[in-house]
Design a protein around this ligand. Structure first.
Ligand SMILES: Nc1ncnc2c1ncn2[C@@H]1O[C@H](COP(=O)(O)OP(=O)(O)OP(=O)(O)O)[C@@H](O)[C@H]1O
Length: 252
């Protein structure tokens, strides 16, 4: 990853962002910045606090303390503006299985407030890009998982959001299919969309411009994969992750 397309504009700025549930601190004073067009990997073992942090960044859950601005909007007071400027995809929530490919695209285009003629143009572009023209009238339920994931990502960026949040987007598919999915991510980043992605796959971590690793609610490291490997004196991100995560108290 060269990162040549990354621009100086900051689209996520977090300062000591914290979420407590009673006396348990799920996300503990995390501070970081993410740039326009950057692919930012958000890693951590189970229970490290990733989902909690991501929900705050998407304007879905109010922080206990700290600051964050997303696409220039405040996470306490401007959550509706945040939602309009982001895309979101997760393994759990994505497409309607009982609608066709076309119906799903039209549905989400409508939700994002795109005018009909724009939905039509975007739909054609999208089906072309994915090589799915002949599948457009098939039910999503009948598609292979890898295709569903690619379609789901394309729908999440249909409205050209400033940032797209991906929560373990490629679970359950093989490395070749994951690589194809990542080509779509690169194209989106080249268009200036910032990609904020959580993953448990270390091959995917290598594809990010920078990655952070959360341990027990705190952001322990944040750097490029190459710098992290060199700092830890190891050859793979797997080893970096293992060295950090083995000290964790939370998790399965
Ligand atoms: N609503 C809640 N009330 C109490 N504790 C919570 C709540 N939500 C999350 N937690 C706790 O906060 C910690 C962090 O959870 P979170 O889901 O953010 O982790 P994660 O890094 O996303 O893990 P995973 O990879 O398993 O999704 C966990 O110990 C979890 O049990």
């Amino acid at each position: 990853m060269t990162g040549q397309h990354i621009q100086a504009e900051k689209v996520i700025v977090c300062e000591k962002l914290t979420k407590r549930f009673g006396d348990f601190t799920a996300t503990d004073e995390i501070s970081f910045e993410v740039y326009k067009g950057e692919i930012f990997g958000f890693l951590g073992a189970n229970g490290a606090g990733k989902t909690t942090a991501m929900r705050m960044l998407c304007g879905l859950s109010a922080p206990t303390s700290g600051k964050a601005s997303i696409a220039g909007y405040d996470v306490y007071t401007q959550t509706e503006d945040i939602k309009r400027n982001i895309g979101y995809m997760s393994q759990k929530f994505s497409l309607y299985e009982n609608l066709t490919v076309l119906e799903n695209i039209e549905f989400f285009g409508g939700i994002y407030g795109l005018p009909d003629e724009q939905i039509e143009t975007k739909t054609n572009e999208l089906l072309d890009r994915l090589g799915m023209k002949s599948e457009s009238k098939k039910l999503v339920a009948s598609l292979p998982l890898g295709w569903k994931q690619k379609l789901s990502f394309s729908v999440a960026v249909l409205h050209e959001p400033k940032i797209v949040f991906l929560d373990e987007p490629t679970g359950g598919v093989d490395p070749v299919t994951r690589r194809q999915f990542w080509n779509l991510i690169y194209e989106a980043a080249d268009r200036g969309i910032t990609v904020f992605v959580t993953t448990h796959y270390m091959d995917e971590a290598e594809y990010c411009n920078r990655i952070s690793i959360m341990v027990d609610g705190r952001m322990e490291v944040l750097d490029s994969p190459a710098n992290l490997k060199s700092r830890f004196g190891v050859k793979t991100m797997d080893e970096v992750f293992y060295q950090l995560a083995r000290g964790a108290k939370r998790g399965d």
